[in-house]
Design a protein around this ligand. Structure first.
Ligand code: DGL
Length: 247
């Protein structure tokens, strides 16, 4: 069974390509919605939430975890070198290969939560001698994506405004919630190429984890199951049910 972790619906941007690659895999999705936005908490708080989630995965007997969260991936890479009971695929390492394939002189813009940008881990993973990496924290984007706000364009444009003059050639969606805002982000940066680490991580997980199962999907949330299930059903275009995680 594959465990997928995110603070909310963001990890669905990794789950969808994972399902396409491994349709028969059994998947347990963990959404820490009670604690969202994770990327606006302290490093210690984020790591504490992660260790709760990992304990849950261990109890449920998962064989591999897809850390479908840029914030958790950054913090775990930076602060936590210990071994876990299962292999963990984060969204940073698989994106490095894509960054390496960009032409020399590429101007790369990394968008992420405040905690991801503060850690510097994602930006240094993308850095190469021949390219420049800029970073921009986008604090309100996670909540916008959670709500599926149709009139978010103004907030998005205002947040991205400081990066317009950088004229990036490539924009890395360093938070798994951001693919749900990608039309607005793409429109703002014109011809810049959008790089989606969630899709990169799903491909890496599909090549490492066992996809032979009964195709079972279970969704757990630390928050209210009904609103989570409603939004997730809308994104995945099928009806899902969510269960509340009991500590
Ligand atoms: N999807 C998470 C990420 O990739 C969002 C974290 C949050 O809740 O702020 O960083």
């Amino acid at each position: 069974m594959i465990g997928v972790f995110d603070s909310g619906i963001g990890g669905l941007s990794a789950l969808a390509p994972l399902e396409a690659l491994l349709p028969r895999a059994d998947v347990l999705y963990y959404a820490d919605t009670a604690f969202l936005p994770l990327g606006e908490k302290s490093d210690a708080q984020i790591l504490a939430r992660l260790s709760r989630a990992f304990a849950f995965f261990e109890r449920e007997g998962v064989n591999g975890v897809l850390l479908a969260c840029g914030t958790a991936s950054s913090l775990l890479t930076k602060k936590c070198k210990e071994n876990f009971a299962f292999p963990v695929v984060n969204i940073i390492s698989p994106t490095r290969a894509v960054a390496k394939s960009l032409p020399k002189g590429t101007r790369v813009l990394l968008l992420g939560t405040p905690a991801t940008i503060r850690s510097g881990v994602f930006a240094s993973a993308l850095a190469r001698q021949e390219s420049t990496v800029f970073s921009l924290p986008c604090p309100r984007f996670v909540c916008l994506a959670e709500r599926g706000t149709p009139h978010a364009s103004r907030v998005i444009r205002k947040t991205l405004a400081p990066a317009r003059a950088l004229a990036p050639d490539a924009v890395v969606l360093g938070c798994t919630h951001f693919p749900f805002l990608k039309e607005e982000i793409a429109a703002f940066f014109g011809s810049a190429r959008l790089i989606d680490p969630a899709a990169c991580a799903a491909a890496a997980a599909a090549s490492q984890f066992d996809g032979n199962g009964g195709g079972e999907r279970r969704f757990f949330t630390t928050g209210e199951p009904l609103p989570f299930a409603k939004r997730a059903s809308c994104i995945l275009r099928r009806e899902i049910k969510a269960e509340r995680i009991t500590p």
